[in-house]
Ligand binder design. Structure first.
Ligand code: ZN
Length: 501
């Protein structure tokens, strides 16, 4: 059996190398490639991805997985070998169920839809995007039918991003959470004058912003011998090996949080990718467990740490040294409140911690209706606006600020959004446990020390790579299934104190 396992690993390493090489081409495309390189790059990427896919779905891999099934069953569930065989089998079965023709059709439709979406958004004209979204929805329904599902069609789509999570599970968590958040938003709205964030919109030199972000990232534990930061229009993190994980950021001279919190967010993703055990390298276990778990890491560092009073106790004097004029009229307290201002807004990516969840629930509910054919695509703008009114009390003046704002539906990424909120919830659940285990963590943060928190996350989450699902991790690390209790308590305590509600 050892020989078969070695043979499986050898084949999977080739797939991994091809995927990482494609990733590097994609990183280059989004950072340094000159614009006219796009056409050739698309071909190169398609070739590498096709090769990786063909190597992975080879019958030899299927046969090895079958031969190894009994062997895996005798091993401890969390051992490297059993996990490798289990997770690879899950990936393999999924990949086998989707006909290559459908993959190709989805890719083509997505690239056409992306072009149309850009125009539709620029002109705020949903009609330009509508036929493409209709096509994307139809193809995702077909995909879900190929993948198969027990209960709800959305389960099949959600499972691509959050393995084994079901729509019913997400609904059961979101429904009470929505009531709590709406109540908090309404209470805060009555005191909206309590926080002024004008300071964030002053002019900040972008070179200094960059320098400050790098200092913060290093202090959080990002090792620049194994990482680097570059600029890109849409910030992202990408990994080529456990010793080469790249992040990007964007700089806005008139909005300080863009680069600052963007850098901390991507640092959270990068620390995760740098933290799995090197033994998992070049296998399907190398990397983050799921989108939700990944987002738990980025949002833990960005919000729970980066927007905490303790964090700014240490960093505010340093920021003021760098920007003495812009921050002359600020105290630690006024700055802490500014970076935590809550106000209903149209754009999800700019939303504060409290209203953010409502933006996600809106998309989750609409996506379900779309794939269940209960909402015609033509009615998306009206449905969107009605939910904005209901949850946030505001209606976007046009579709560019409404249903056309996010890129995901142009790519056909249905099933993706809920992972953002699941990640935020899990971040709070993990942090509460970390403080139970190491009660001095908050004091350390106020001294600018993050090593104990990072060590805890490494040991409990990062080291396992893709071995466990989100829910499995929640149970192992916190003794409870994934739930919103810690998240609601966190929001109520923090924002109740800031706003006096
Ligand atoms: Zn993220």
């Amino acid at each position: 059996m050892k020989e078969k396992l070695e043979e499986l690993k050898k084949r999977l390493a080739v797939v991994n190398d091809l995927e990482r090489a494609a990733g590097l081409l994609s990183w280059d495309q989004q950072t340094y490639m000159p614009p006219r390189g796009a056409a050739a790059r698309a071909e190169q990427l398609a070739t590498l991805q096709k090769l990786a896919h063909e190597h992975f779905i080879a019958d030899e891999i299927g046969a090895l997985l079958n031969d190894l099934a009994d062997y895996a069953a005798q091993l401890p569930y969390d051992s490297d070998e059993a996990s490798l065989i289990r997770v690879t089998k899950r990936d393999y079965d999924r990949a086998k169920r989707v006909p290559p023709k459908l993959v190709e059709e989805m890719a083509r439709a997505a690239s056409l839809a992306f072009e149309a979406w850009q125009r539709a958004k620029a002109e705020s004209n949903f009609k330009l995007f509508q036929p493409h979204l209709e096509k994307n929805v139809e193809l995702r329904i077909e995909l879900a039918n190929c993948l198969g599902y027990k209960d709800r069609i959305y389960d099949a789509l959600l499972d691509q991003y959050e393995p084994q999570m079901t729509t019913a599970q997400v609904e059961a968590i979101f429904a009470p959470l929505k009531q709590d958040i709406v109540a908090l938003v309404q209470a805060i709205a009555r005191k909206s004058d309590a926080v002024n964030d004008a300071v964030l919109h002053r002019e900040y030199d972008v070179h200094k912003q960059w320098e400050f972000g790098v200092q913060v990232a290093k202090s959080l534990g990002l090792d620049f011998e194994r990482s680097r930061q570059d600029k890109s229009p849409h910030p992202f993190t990408i990994s080529f090996s456990v010793n080469d994980v790249r992040i990007t950021t964007r700089l806005n001279p008139k909005f300080l949080p863009s680069a600052l919190f963007g850098t901390i967010h991507e640092t959270g993703h990068a620390l995760y990718e740098l933290g799995y055990r090197p033994e998992l390298e070049r296998t399907p276990l190398a990397g983050g467990a799921s989108l939700g778990v990944h987002e738990s890491q980025s949002r833990l560092w960005e919000n729970i740490v980066g927007r905490s009073r303790g964090f700014w106790q240490f960093w505010f004097p340093r920021l003021r040294e760098m920007f003495p004029e812009q921050l002359a009229d600020q105290t630690l307290e006024s700055f802490y409140r500014a970076v935590n201002k809550v106000a209903p807004s149209f754009i999800r990516v700019e939303a504060d911690e409290v209203t953010y969840g409502l933006h996600i629930m809106l998309r989750f509910e609409l996506e379900n209706l779309l794939v269940e054919r209960k909402l015609p695509v033509a009615d998306v703008p009206d449905a969107w606006n009605a939910k904005m009114q209901e949850y946030l009390g505001i209606v976007p003046p046009n579709d560019a600020l409404g249903c056309l704002q996010d890129v995901h539906w142009s790519y056909g990424d249905l099933g993706y959004f809920s992972t953002y909120l699941l990640g935020s919830m899990f971040a709070a659940q993990l942090y509460a446990q970390a403080v139970r285990d190491v009660p001095t963590i908050p004091e350390q943060i106020a001294r600018g020390e993050f090593a104990d928190l990072l060590t805890w996350l490494r040991e409990k989450v990062h080291t396992h790579g893709r071995k466990f699902t989100l829910d499995e991790l929640a149970r192992r690390v916190t003794g409870e299934p994934l739930n919103a209790r810690a998240y609601v308590a966190y929001l109520k305590t923090k924002f109740g104190e800031i706003y006096g509600v």
